[in-house]
Design a binder for this molecule. Structure first.
Ligand code: ACO
Length: 368
């Protein structure tokens, strides 16, 4: 260890440390702004497609109606999925599918937009296939002509979804496609910076996203709403939870000190679902109360609603079970992870921070 490393400032959680330069997205936490290559997230979600967002993030070009043709699950990947116990978490199944795909393709470094498209085209099919296999059902192939979101729902339920439901899922995929140097994206950049391949990069990123503090929150939001039950009980529930120093999922963010613009976009999507989820009014009412309690109990920390709160509403509203939520988030975020992988590979500089050593001073083993 060098003397410089010992003297360097230590920032727990790397908060405030700039570890990369990026042209992919701007997350302006103070003002609640998220831009994908300069374009506001609300405009992107309102007018784009997931294929367009993927192209934008990967290449910087915007073609509003671009589509990514869904691909069937390669036979060897399906074989790997069939070996998983039915109780496997879908996030682990998605990670396994990408890993098996990487083993088959043996793709080269540096990552390319074409590799990313190929990976993302099959990932929803793999998740849908596993969701069927674990119920004892045979996987079905993507129906030609469907976009990625529609084909995912079609492969899940063996029936094409109505366009409004598919569009709601597509809006979710767009809103969650990219978000700066969050934990999983940082993990992706660390892996690709060693000149490892895109599949390994995405596998590692899925692992980082799996944690409840990152991608696991929306499923827990539903459990919280079940506990709250009715808006008039929200205040007592929130006070009790904060009093026990427990987290309230769907609130708080490392970067945002304003309302998460993705939560705003997804709330609109949730309110326009063809079948309004029965608990959406509870969510809207409870949110207002919880924000008020946070402002009172944590006056020194601005804690607002994050994307996961309304993500839960949208994903439940399009007919997904809560244990699928993190994996669907992972599929959305594969766009951002891949774009960052390409950007980081162009820098071609290994990421290697220092640790401050706080262990024992040099000493000798007994008898040595
Ligand atoms: N519920 C209760 N208290 C909270 C919450 C919350 N949701 N968020 C922050 N706090 C409290 C912390 O306990 C801490 O209190 P203290 O100072 O008394 O110890 C204070 O606010 C500061 O919080 P930090 O943990 O320092 O904030 P940080 O920026 O490190 O964490 C995080 C951000 C992890 C998202 C946090 O807000 C959290 O755990 N939220 C709940 C989980 C969640 O919704 N995750 C999804 C995030 S969005 C995404 O990843 C896509």
């Amino acid at each position: 260890m060098t003397a410089a490393a010992i003297d360097a400032p230590f920032s727990p959680g790397l908060a405030g440390v700039v570890a990369a330069e990026t042209a992919i997205s701007l997350v302006d936490g103070a003002n609640g702004v998220l831009l994908y290559r300069g374009y506001p997230i609300v405009e992107v979600v309102r007018t784009g497609t997931y294929g367009a967002v993927l192209d934008l993030l990967l290449t910087g070009e915007w073609h509003a109606h671009a589509t990514l043709e869904p691909a069937p699950v390669p036979a060897d990947v399906l074989t790997a999925l069939r070996l998983l116990p039915p109780g496997t978490h879908p996030m682990d199944a998605l990670r396994t599918a990408v890993s098996a795909w990487g083993a088959m393709h043996r793709i080269a470094w540096p990552p390319t937009a074409e590799q990313a498209r190929e990976l993302i085209a099959f990932a929803p099919s793999a998740l849908a296939a596993f969701a069927r296999l674990r119920q004892g059902l045979e996987p079905v192939s993507p129906q030609p002509g469907l976009d990625l979101a529609s084909a995912f729902l079609q492969q899940l339920h063996d029936a094409a979804p109505d366009p409004a439901t598919a569009r709601a899922l597509e809006a979710y995929l767009m809103a969650c496609a990219e978000h700066g140097l969050n934990a999983s994206t940082f993990a992706a950049r660390v892996i690709v910076a060693t000149r490892s391949d895109l599949a390994s990069t995405i596998v590692g990123a899925i692992g980082a996203l799996k944690g409840p503090l990152h991608g696991g929150a929306p499923a827990e939001v539903l459990g919280q709403l079940d506990e709250i039950g009715s808006v008039d009980r929200a205040e007592a529930w929130a006070r009790d939870r904060l009093g026990r120093r427990e987290l309230i999922m769907g609130f708080g963010h490392r970067v945002y000190r304003a309302y998460d613009p993705r939560a705003a976009a997804l709330r609109v999507v949730a309110e326009h679902l063809p079948q309004r989820p029965p608990w959406l009014d509870l969510a809207i009412g409870a949110e207002e109360v919880i924000l008020r309690v946070f402002a009172e109990v944590k006056p020194n920390r601005v804690i607002k609603t994050n994307v996961e709160f309304y993500a839960a509403a949208v994903l439940q509203g399009v007919g997904l079970t809560p244990d699928l939520f993190p994996a669907v988030f992972g599929i959305a975020r594969m766009a951002g992870w891949s774009a960052h992988a390409i950007e980081q590979a162009a820098v071609d500089k290994i990421i290697r921070p220092e640790a401050r050593y706080v262990g024992p001073a040099a000493r000798h083993l007994p008898g040595a």
